[in-house]
Write a protein that binds this ligand. Structure first.
Ligand code: AMP
Length: 213
């Protein structure tokens, strides 16, 4: 089974698609955003630093993210995985490439292409749970069964501190500024597939299955 690297602007649904693929095919799902939020939850000095950066909508420095992802990849060696949220810079792509080549991992990069307007609408209506499950009030399919309560663990849903219009615009622009060299990097390796996600999630999912089969 091919491992998958999802590259996508914020709120494009990389977390949601990763979870569906995890359930259907048994992938391990690594989200650098979730790993960073776990560090924030420890309330350490590093956690406070990361929280400020994420709340502003900026990128966490490469050295921190690369170290966190490197540790995770060592832990899960040998199992097919989905990486969501990494790489976000060229040095991150180079680090990941070194690992993939060293371990001879077959992989596919999928870019989920989403317009800024649709992305912002989705981000502003997104709710998350501590357990990692994400909901979206803009679409009946992604609403929780009970208002504000997680279907999976029953906890109260929260709004991510970076899902507000100001930090969302920063995140979207930071993403777009960094994305081009990363896409070129994978295009040159003939590893890039682009999927338009300005449409219903079922048809997006079908296209993803087609690409990874
Ligand atoms: P996400 O959950 O993927 O939307 O990530 C939330 C935030 O975590 C981003 O806006 C960044 O501040 C930070 N982050 C996640 N992944 C990375 C990464 N690969 N490099 C730098 N910052 C990251």
């Amino acid at each position: 089974m091919k491992s998958i690297i999802f590259i996508a602007p914020p709120a494009a649904g990389k977390g949601t698609h990763s979870e569906l693929l995890k359930k259907k095919f048994g992938y391990l799902h690594i989200s650098t955003g979730n790993l960073l939020r776990e560090i924030i939850a420890t309330a350490s000095t590093l956690g406070r630093e990361v929280k400020n950066i994420i709340t502003r909508g900026d990128l966490v420095p490469d050295e921190i993210v690369i170290e966190i992802l490197g540790k995770k990849l060592e832990e899960i060696k040998g199992k097919p995985f989905i990486i969501d949220g990494f790489p976000r810079t060229l040095p991150q792509a180079e680090m990941l490439n070194e690992f993939l080549e060293k371990e001879k991992i077959n992989y596919q990069v999928i870019y989920l292409d989403l317009s800024e307007d649709v992305a912002i609408e989705r981000a502003l209506s997104r709710l998350t749970c501590e357990c990692g499950k994400t909901y979206n009030l803009s679409d009946d399919k992604f609403k929780p069964k009970k208002e504000n309560i997680c279907d999976v663990c029953g906890k109260k849903l929260i709004k991510r501190t970076d899902d507000n219009e100001l930090s969302f615009r920063v995140r979207y622009n930071v993403f777009m500024d960094n994305m081009k060299p990363i896409l070129d990097f994978y295009r040159e390796k003939n590893k890039l597939k682009i999927i338009n996600v300005n449409r219903a999630s079922e048809s997006v999912q079908e296209d993803i299955f087609e690409v990874i089969k």
